[in-house]
Design a binder for this molecule. Structure first.
Ligand code: SAM
Length: 258
């Protein structure tokens, strides 16, 4: 946890009517007055057990969907810790990317959501594909609160505060035919596919929509449907990578240093 993320429910003062939340797009230099926040959950455990923080120590904090700053520990109890925090800088910019990801198996889903979030993905569609097992859609890890938990872990890892927006689409064809054209309009459209001649481009400066297949890959019909929607198949070299490995390789190729 490289960043302690504070949520509205943690804030003790100022009153929530003066809440600093939702101010990430504000003036970079206009510092909010300090806020007091109390932590009791796994963040308390982490701050105490990993950071070994005590009164007077400083921690890096962020406001969920807001700015990043610094907090001082002002009180440490048996089951809570109180921080006084100020915020002064914006979170890292989002990747100019919409990710269309065939639903991974539940165990991999958690890691994939964390990695995608840590890499800066802010818009993600989890979609069905022929080689996505039907049972994956029953996973409790697809509940919004569970997805949110994984996103929070990714944000804490990457020192970011902006939650990604995740949507589920259980039917491939209607999604690709009816929705994808407007989702991907005015963007570079790519589908990561090992069996193609075109290498994945490097250092893209434009908004991009990227489709990534399931563990078994997209079937030819699905690649054709994506191509009809304007998606160009691109490869990452001769090695076939797991989805969780392919994602960081794709991101670092498309958006190096971002
Ligand atoms: N046998 C499958 C195939 O040939 O498509 C392998 C699928 S791979 C494990 C899962 C997904 O990761 C692929 O559908 C693709 O989106 C992405 N991927 C993995 N390795 C890749 C590579 N070398 N080039 C492009 N995409 C890759």
């Amino acid at each position: 946890m490289n960043l302690i993320l504070l949520e509205p429910g943690d804030i003790q003062s100022p009153a929530m009517s003066q809440s600093p939340f939702g101010n990430s797009s504000g003036d970079e230099h206009s510092e909010q007055p300090p806020i007091r926040a109390q932590l009791r959950d796994r963040r308390f455990q982490h701050v105490v057990e990993v950071h070994r923080a005590d009164v007077g120590d400083k921690l890096k904090v962020g406001l969920l969907d807001g700015k990043i700053g610094e907090a001082r520990v002002v009180e440490r109890g048996e089951s809570h810790i109180t921080l006084e925090a100020t915020f002064h800088r914006a979170p890292p910019p989002p990747l100019p990317l919409t990710l269309i990801l065939a639903l991974p198996r539940p165990k991999m889903l958690k890691r994939t959501i964390q990695h995608a979030t840590a890499l800066g993905v802010k818009k993600l569609y989890l979609i069905n594909a022929y080689r996505v097992e039907k049972s994956y859609w029953q996973s409790p890890w697809l509940a919004q609160d569970k997805l949110r938990e994984q996103c929070l872990l990714g944000l804490e890892q990457a020192v970011d505060t902006t939650l990604p927006h995740i949507e589920l689409r259980k039917r491939f064809k209607p999604f690709v035919e009816d929705e994808l054209p407007s989702i991907a309009s005015d963007s570079l459209k790519l589908v990561a596919h090992p069996v193609t001649d075109a290498p994945c481009p490097v250092d893209i400066q434009q908004q991009t929509t990227l489709a990534v297949g399931p563990e078994g890959g997209f079937i030819p019909y699905e690649v054709e449907k994506l191509q009809e929607a304007g998606f160009a198949p691109v490869h990452l070299g001769p090695r076939i990578l797991r989805v969780e490995t392919a994602l960081p390789v794709l991101m670092s190729r498309l958006f190096p240093g971002r």
